[in-house]
Design a protein around this ligand. Structure first.
Ligand SMILES: [Ca+2]
Length: 562
């Protein structure tokens, strides 16, 4: 191919929807879907058409395994514990060899890995809110307006119209509890107890507001100048410029208003509050586990800890890891907590009735590497990037007797697949909505039949609402920025170049056109099923005991947004 032809071919990647002829013939399989089938991304229908026979056979095996399991357990589906670790690159947990290299320890998570199927190719979204939304809704967050991380008060969040995994499992008879980080909005409809959980204990915001906007971090310069009293600027005229009156920890029961807990009017948020909040979530996770295990129905316990994100060492605490970073120290603590939970599952005698899945939500917060002590390990970049370092994480699934222990799986899997797979394992697939695109694929054959039974060989990587990268098999395309020439598209062989350091023209020459088709299929389908809107409301609705300073802050916020 001449350079001119190549350039033209790559350029077509950006022409989006101009080639209707190709797209309409490619879209045909979608329109043929029976009403009642889950609508997956267009790319999935390409795979399905090539593997329908094998997958139907495999599905029968999965159905038999699950039916036999329920028969042995009085008709009950298994309990599910889902632990999501924040901002941790692949290799930071579950792999003892890498603990040595990093000067860290994660003995309990390493033991969990030995008892689990470990996923070698788990992809997430590039940051906290998007990954959490993807897991809860089975959809890329671009589809529901939550592609961006919400850092401060926003008056926005997960819309009521989204159908969460907690709602699905509730319908199937599960008791559902969420403990810890939520980070999907500061409006009533977004709160976990209004999105399918019977009970939830969670901070309304994330760790920038909880672990960095502390008086300690202001003084040490880890988050400069945010505090209303930091520095005296005689020329600062706007007294409303710096954030104040934030709401911290909430607790809520399904159908009721939330209550702010453990914080009084006029109090200052400190590192001690953050430490206490973390300790409390671990305590509550243990208490809820004990309570849930006593009930007749199966349970879904979701525990999303705030640590290892921790920017200041707890005063007086001994540094225990040779790495010494605050995050690495906190990971050691979290590892102990994970061990406590797993030991409790075993002690309660429910190990064989409980599937435990532990994974990270995205790569490390690299801007704070020097404090946290984390690293990208094998991959380049960290959260908010679209390199593998942003979206490749460790993930483990343990279910004795049902998931083979001490195995690895090279199959590609995405965080949205957790949604669809949990639904299937809980015998609740019928509650997955059929009126919207569900990106999550059913990977129960991979979970239960092991490596080689995955159903995905592609992942779309969005940054906000912009499609930035596409992975197909071992190849990755980084789309050129708007206005850049087509040849600026970079392609990588992720096995030869896992750090994405040397874009390969040799791949681009043959793969340009196939990536173009793939992109078009995806975008065409998005026109057919338009993206939904983010939920919007006054911030801090649905809280029964707002402090006066929080009410004032809301009043100010609403005056700006008028
Ligand atoms: Ca995160």
């Amino acid at each position: 191919m001449t350079h001119g032809k190549f350039k033209k071919r790559i350029h077509m990647l950006k022409t989006k929807l101009s080639h209707l002829a190709i797209a309409s013939c490619i879209l045909a399989p979608i329109t043929m879907l029976n009403a009642g089938d889950i609508i997956h991304d267009a790319e999935y229908s390409i795979l399905e058409s090539q593997h329908a026979e094998k997958w139907a056979k495999d599905d029968k095996v999965v159905d038999t395994k699950l039916a036999d399991y329920r028969k042995k357990n009085g008709g009950k589906s298994p309990n599910i514990i889902y632990i999501l670790v924040d901002d941790l690159s692949f290799g930071e947990m579950g792999i003892p060899e890498l603990n040595y290299i990093r000067g860290s320890k994660t003995p309990n998570i390493n033991k969990l890995a030995d008892e689990s199927l470990s996923f070698m190719r788990m992809y997430t979204e590039p940051s906290c809110t998007p990954s959490r939304v993807a897991m809860m809704t089975g959809r890329h967050p671009v589809r529901n307006g939550l592609g961006e991380v919400k850092a401060t008060v926003a008056g926005a969040g997960l819309a009521k119209s989204e159908v969460t995994i907690a709602e699905i499992l509730s319908k199937a008879g599960y008791n559902t509890v969420h403990i810890g980080k939520w980070h999907m909005g500061d409006i009533a409809e977004s709160y976990p107890h209004n999105q399918g959980f019977d009970y939830a204990s969670f901070p309304i915001h994330q760790q920038v507001l909880l672990a960095l906007m502390t008086t300690e971090c202001d003084k040490t310069g880890e988050l400069k100048g945010w505090h209303v009293n930091s520095g005296k600027d005689p020329f600062a005229l706007d007294s409303k410029f710096k954030p104040g009156g934030l709401v911290y920890g909430l607790e809520g029961y399904k159908g009721q208003e939330a209550k702010e807990v453990d914080f009084k009017a006029g109090e200052e948020w400190t590192q001690k509050h953050y430490d206490d909040m973390n300790d409390k979530y671990q305590r509550q996770a243990m208490e809820q586990l004990q309570k849930l295990a006593k009930k007749d129905e199966p349970f879904f316990l979701q525990y999303w800890p705030l640590i290892p994100l921790d920017f200041t060492h707890t005063p007086g605490a001994e540094i225990q890891m040779s790495n010494g970073g605050s995050g690495v120290e906190s990971l050691y603590k979290l590892d102990k907590w994970v061990g406590e939970i797993i030991d409790e599952v075993d002690r309660l005698g429910i190990a064989e009735e409980t599937m435990i899945v532990l994974m990270a939500d995205n790569g490390r917060f690299r801007q704070y590497d020097s404090i946290l002590g984390f690293s990208g390990t094998i991959y380049r970049g960290g959260k908010v990037d679209t390199s593998e370092g942003a979206v490749r994480v460790n993930a483990f699934a343990r279910w004795p007797g049902m998931i083979e222990k001490d195995k690895l799986a090279g199959d590609m899997i995405h965080i949205t697949d957790i949604y669809t797979t949990f639904a299937r394992i809980a015998n609740a697939t019928e509650y997955i909505p059929r009126d919207r695109v569900i990106d999550g694929l059913d990977q129960s054959a991979l979970f239960l039949n092991g490596e080689g039974n995955g159903r995905r060989d592609y992942v779309f990587i969005y940054s906000g609402d912009t499609l930035k990268s596409i992975v197909k098999q071992k190849y990755k395309l980084e789309l050129p920025p708007p206005g850049a020439p087509g040849v600026a598209a970079k392609m990588y062989d992720l096995q030869r170049d896992p750090r994405e350091e040397a874009p390969s023209i040799e791949i681009a020459l043959w793969a340009g056109s196939v990536f173009q088709d793939l992109t078009q299929r995806h975008l065409m389908q998005m026109q057919k099923y338009p993206n939904a809107k983010v939920g919007k409301d006054t911030p801090y609705t649905g809280i029964s005991n707002l402090r006066p300073e929080s009410k004032k802050m809301v009043e100010d916020f609403m005056s700006w947004s008028k």
